[in-house]
Design a protein around this ligand. Sequence first.
Ligand code: DC
Length: 238
Amino acid sequence: MPIQKKITIAIDGFSSCGKSTLAKAMAHDLGYIFIDSGAMYRAITLFCYKNKYVDEQFIDEEKIIKSLKNISIHFEYNSNTSKLEVTLNNENIEKEIRNLTISNLVSKVASIKEVRQKLVNEQQKIGENGGIVMDGRDIGSVVFPNAELKFFVTADPKVRANRRFLELNDPNVSLKDVAKNLKERDFLDSTRAESPLIQTEDAIVIDNSELTQDEQLLIALKYHKECIDYLTQFPKKK
Ligand code: DC
């Protein structure tokens, strides 16, 4: 049997739509690498927050841009969770980046052109050999415009808020706080000047409001199989 070609899979969509869940499950099933590009934007935001370059009221873009050369972001494998976890200057910060403080600041930092250039560059390097599932906002449009398979994942805003609320499981954070954060990030992520979140024409839309994780995965894997069958029949010219 011929060795199955490893392709690039781009998954985009608004915050808390279940993109990472789908990306992780697909990667696991297909033996691909999974990269959560949002974790990279969160890591830079954590660095900026700790250095007081950004908070709720203020942002010092000049200092952020100057500090980019001192920021190194990598992924390390955690054998307990079987997951790649993000490191910032060699420190594992996977947990810290998920709190609401960072969620409230990340879209501001992610709108800076130089921040995006640095991360897009690194994401393209990580994915240069294919066999990758990456989720984010600009993966199908900017990072991997030639990805063989692209998904745009959506879900009802109420369903999204509820899912993130349960996931956070923080007694100090209300469902209303989470819903407000999602609404603000949706607005910032889709209206920013630099590579805003868009649904590319060639992306397959999956609305998972009423789907279980397994149902969503089965749908995506069906499209993956169709894509591989097509590429086997009509290989892409180099
Ligand atoms: O996927 P996430 O919610 O962890 O992403 C956090 C933020 O990072 C999101 O609000 C927008 C930004 N982001 C981005 O601008 N581009 C990406 N490819 C991924 C995330």
